[in-house]
Design a protein around this ligand. Sequence first.
Ligand SMILES: Nc1ncnc2c1ncn2[C@@H]1O[C@H](COP(=O)(O)OP(=O)(O)OP(=O)(O)O)[C@@H](O)[C@H]1O
Ligand SMILES: [Mg+2]
Length: 248
Amino acid sequence: MLDRPSPYAPILAGLLPLQATGIGVVRAGKALLSDISFRLVAGAPTVIMGANGAGKSLLLRVLHGLIAPTTGTITWGTGVDTDVAGRRSALVFQRPTLLRRSALANIEFVLSHRPRAARRQSAQETLDQAGLGHLASTPARQLSGGEQQRLAMARALASYPEVLFLDEPAASLDPAATLAVEALIKRASGSGTKVILVTHDIGQARRLAGEVVFLAGGRLSEVTAADDFFKQPCSATARAYLAGELIV
Ligand SMILES: Nc1ncnc2c1ncn2[C@@H]1O[C@H](COP(=O)(O)OP(=O)(O)OP(=O)(O)O)[C@@H](O)[C@H]1O
Ligand SMILES: [Mg+2]
């Protein structure tokens, strides 16, 4: 089912490009994000990279509309309303929260607008594609950390988001599960979902990214096509990061 195009596509104005202009977030007098501007277009995934504390998770929350920026604006497509854009995009958190229900019921929950029988079948298909079909009746919170992460991603994909934000989707996964998650990401991307993901896994970024957004200290260092970024990033901070040197 993940191969089907978004049901929104034929009838609604698209969410892309996503334009961030002068985004800043200040908390307790401290600038956590400062003057971030970029434009993300349809196509291969955008990967957001940067050292711990650079502001990546915060930026995802701002883009998804969970946190209002202190300064700046986010514009979706040709002016799609922020609330509408929030409903047509999805965010999978660094530490996802699952319902105290079975794995299957967690997926069914986001399909509540569908008739019951269709809901169950669709939820089972989604689980199968995430490699979790055999765990359908297991309580979600009894799944391993990696399985929970995959379930959270499957749940996000079940609603056909036009834009999917993923915060370190494979952070606690073993190599096989990491590749399974990457296959899901490629599939979603191939069927027209714009994926915007945060990762510290340079191999994963190379495998998935069309472009890289690099943050340092809450500021934008560069937005660079992935091929160029991994050959020679523009900024000294990104070069130091890729070389494994600590950035504070
Ligand atoms: N709601 C908040 N209130 C105050 N400070 C915050 C808030 N959210 C994030 N921060 C601070 O902003 C900075 C950036 O946090 P963020 O979680 O975005 O980092 P990150 O780049 O995702 O790091 P990591 O790679 O460790 O996940 C951190 O110093 C964090 O403590
Ligand atoms: Mg983070």
